[in-house]
Design a protein around this ligand. Structure first.
Ligand SMILES: Cc1cc2nc3c(=O)[nH]c(=O)nc-3n(C[C@H](O)[C@H](O)[C@H](O)COP(=O)(O)OP(=O)(O)OC[C@H]3O[C@@H](n4cnc5c(N)ncnc54)[C@H](O)[C@@H]3O)c2cc1C
Length: 413
């Protein structure tokens, strides 16, 4: 009896968000799909996402906030391939997973608030559609052979498929299974990469001037001067024992990290309240109370005292005695405090990887490689990431679905 030429028509490598969506889509389209995953259960980033609740999608998609070194138009095209409203109804109506909006952050979560439910449901639906999964299977090599692909597995016989979807992620949080192997595989196949860097990661300072304030959090704005268009973000901020974290810091971190790689320093200015410089100036010209009492109406008391002292003033000084130079310095500290970061927490804590496979190396309507026909790429391995708020899953779901569908249409461009 002849042995079948292929172990599956399509092999999807990586059971993260993008791979699960690609595999599910291909299997639901009737494909013979094998999902190969190095960890024992897959979807480990889904499990730790959104603090274990999985911020599955944003309420409003903001394509202009995605970051890429490739063409922003290509990026928008890829995002538009699966509009947000259709993604939402896919989860709710087709997969039976109701979503809930968190009003203050505009994030969508599964209504169970359990990230595990998202991962388990995607795996279950894939298996129900006839898909097979090999866990604890690490792909160490990938080569075209005849009219298909040989997928080399570490410590096990190779598998063969007509099409391969590579959804191996980037380099962030390597303990979840994504350690950059996929990037090395595509490079070996002739793709070039845009330089990779950790993004959406905390910033650190050594020495840390605000170490004594660790644990203080609150809403702030961060502005990056000299960026075009000017980068500004509003939201949560957390002072940590070695630096700063929270959504605003994560969202701004790539500017600091990329500046450093270029040998320049990107200044990040923190405004600690919703009051602008003119309002603070007017308030501090008043005559009632101490500087401390006025500032701590808008900023937590310990932080207020620290900022006042940092500006060279005494928190106990009455407003009437505050010198003009002190007032000016304090207004600057309150509205444009230059965060003295010296580095970042790196890939260990980065929610995503910046850089990767340039978007012009794939066909936007199919995610098929322009370098290697029959190879499809999706998710974080590509040169794009979005801001905090569900935008990175939106990218993984959309690019994964496009790749999964294309493997079954069997068409490049
Ligand atoms: C702490 C944290 C919280 C986050 N929270 C959110 C959030 O709430 N909302 C949001 O939108 N985004 C969030 N993100 C980002 C989001 O998780 C990622 O953008 C997304 O998971 C990327 O999906 P992916 O499938 O492309 O890659 P990954 O999730 O990294 O999946 C890649 C998969 O491939 C497997 N793999 C890698 N190499 C091989 C190999 N050689 N052989 C076999 N298998 C391999 C890995 O084990 C892994 O399962 C968060 C990220 C982190 C780290």
């Amino acid at each position: 009896m002849d042995t079948p030429r292929f172990d599956a028509h399509t092999i999807v490598v990586g059971a993260g968000a993008a791979g699960l969506m690609a595999a599910l889509t291909a299997a639901r389209a009737g494909g013979d799909v094998l999902l190969v995953e190095r960890t024992s259960d897959g979807g480990r980033k889904i499990l730790i996402s959104g603090g274990g609740r999985c911020n599955i999608l944003p309420h409003v998609l903001r394509p202009e906030r995605y970051v890429t070194d490739s063409s922003p138009n290509s990026l928008r095209k890829l995002l538009r391939a699966w509009p947000l409203s259709e993604q939402i109804s896919f989860f709710e109506a087709e997969l039976g997973m109701p979503l809930e909006l968190e009003e203050e952050t505009a994030k969508l979560f599964p209504s169970s608030h359990r990230a595990r439910d998202v991962r388990d449901m995607l795996v279950r639906r894939f298996q129900e559609a006839g898909g097979r999964i090999w866990f604890d299977a690490t792909v160490g090599g990938l080569r075209p052979e005849g009219d298909g692909w040989v997928v080399e597995l570490d410590g096990a016989p190779s598998a063969r498929a007509e099409k391969v979807v590579l959804a191996t992620g980037g380099l962030s949080v390597p303990k979840t299974g994504s350690d950059g192997t996929g990037l090395r595989l595509v490079e070996a196949l002739g793709h070039t990469l845009h330089p990779t860097y950790p993004a959406l990661t905390p910033l650190v300072a050594d020495p840390h001037p605000q170490a004594e304030l660790a644990g203080i959090s609150g809403p702030v704005s961060i502005m990056a001067p000299d960026t075009r268009p000017t980068f500004e973000t509003h939201g949560g901020f957390l002072i940590t024992h070695d630096g700063w974290s929270g959504p605003t810091v994560l969202d701004a971190s790539h500017l600091a990290i990329r500046g450093r790689a270029d040998g320049t320093r990107q200044e990040l200015l923190v405004s600690w309240s919703s009051e602008d410089a003119d309002s603070w100036d007017e308030r501090l010209r008043g005559s009632n109370g101490t500087v401390r009492s006025v500032v701590s109406r808008h900023v937590s008391r310990r932080l207020a005292e620290w900022l006042i002292a940092d500006a060279g003033a005494d928190p106990a000084t009455s407003l009437a005695q505050l010198k003009k130079s002190e007032r000016r310095a304090l207004v600057r500290s309150l509205t444009a405090w230059p965060m003295p970061w010296t580095g970042s927490a790196g890939y260990k804590k980065a929610e995503v990887t910046g850089g990767g496979v340039p978007l012009d190396q794939i066909h936007p309507r199919t995610m098929e490689s322009r370098v290697r026909p029959g190879l499809y790429l999706c998710g974080e391995i590509l040169d794009a990431f979005g801001p905090i708020g569900g935008h990175n899953f939106a990218w993984a779901w959309s690019t994964g679905r496009t790749a999964g569908m294309a493997t079954q249409r069997g068409q490049g461009e």
